[in-house]
Design a protein around this ligand. Structure first.
Ligand SMILES: NC(=O)c1ccc[n+]([C@@H]2O[C@H](COP(=O)([O-])OP(=O)(O)OC[C@H]3O[C@@H](n4cnc5c(N)ncnc54)[C@H](OP(=O)(O)O)[C@@H]3O)[C@@H](O)[C@H]2O)c1
Length: 232
């Protein structure tokens, strides 16, 4: 299995990359920062490589498609954020959030669909904010919701190429570590409200990714891996 992972050098993407390499597969990590990519490749070993991709820059996506060649799957975990009251949002931040989650994946489909081997797939990352909106998270809710509809639409347009989405809930992926002391209370409150009684682990999401990549009867689907949090 040869998999391009946009956002594969950190967080959930890094855990997905590790699982694919452990299963004997090959990963190509894509992101904006060469040093972060190089560190991850050094840790993952000889079945890992990297390519620079910035989803705000179509030329970088086209160049990566030419460089990478044939793949079995393209997975994008990229996310950028424009959080806060809508009255305070900067248009540049809103656009970056849409580039990372919505426009970037459309451009990945544009440039990589013809490189995906028979039985392969595209997999994009949505998120629980779309189904459980909160004040200050309107852009996040909208971009994540768009990912689910994008997967449905592309699954029809690009068939028989499969296209799916994964929607994590709150996951202790490392992305929340910048909260510092507030992280523990946020996680405790999330765990209390979640039907599953805990926050997610990267491994929970990795299992859904492997399922989406390998089950050839699953397409146009969003897999919710949120501990039931979208209903909490
Ligand atoms: N962790 C959670 O609780 C949670 C909850 C709901 C949904 N999700 C979703 O799950 C996915 C993975 O989350 P995570 O926690 O692992 O996040 P993360 O560690 O912050 O990973 C995000 C990745 O996106 C890449 N990225 C951002 N903008 C990009 C761009 N313009 N072009 C290329 N790469 C870009 C970053 O790489 P560089 O900065 O190096 O380029 C980074 O590797 C995200 O889509 C997130 O929205 C996570």
């Amino acid at each position: 299995m040869r998999v391009l992972l946009v956002g594969g050098a950190s967080g959930i993407g890094r855990a997905v990359a590790t699982e694919i390499v452990d299963r004997g597969g090959e990963v190509i990590l894509a992101g904006r920062r060469a040093e972060v990519l190089n560190d991850a490749v050094a840790t993952l070993g000889p079945r890992a490589s990297s390519v620079i991709v910035d989803l705000t820059d179509e030329a970088s996506i086209a160049a990566a498609a030419a460089e990478v060649g044939s793949v079995d799957h393209v997975v994008s975990l990229a996310a950028d954020h424009a959080n806060g009251p809508v009255a305070d949002l900067a248009i540049a931040d809103i656009r970056k959030a849409f580039d990372a989650k919505v426009i970037g994946p459309i451009l990945l489909a544009k440039h990589f669909a013809s490189s995906v081997a028979d039985g392969g797939s595209l997999l994009f990352f949505s998120g629980v904010a779309a189904w459980k909106p909160a004040p200050g998270l309107s852009v996040m809710a909208t971009t994540n919701g768009a990912v689910a509809f994008l997967a449905e639409a592309l699954a029809v347009e690009l068939a028989p190429l499969r296209v799916n989405a994964v929607s994590p809930g709150i996951v202790d992926s490392g992305a929340w570590d910048s909260m510092g002391a507030g992280k523990d209370s946020f996680f405790a409150e999330t765990a209390r409200a979640n039907p599953a009684g805990r926050v997610g682990r990267s491994a929970d999401v990795v299992a859904a990714v492997i399922y989406a990549l390998t089950n050839t009867f699953v397409t146009g689907t969003t897999l919710h891996v949120d501990g039931g949090g979208r209903r909490a």
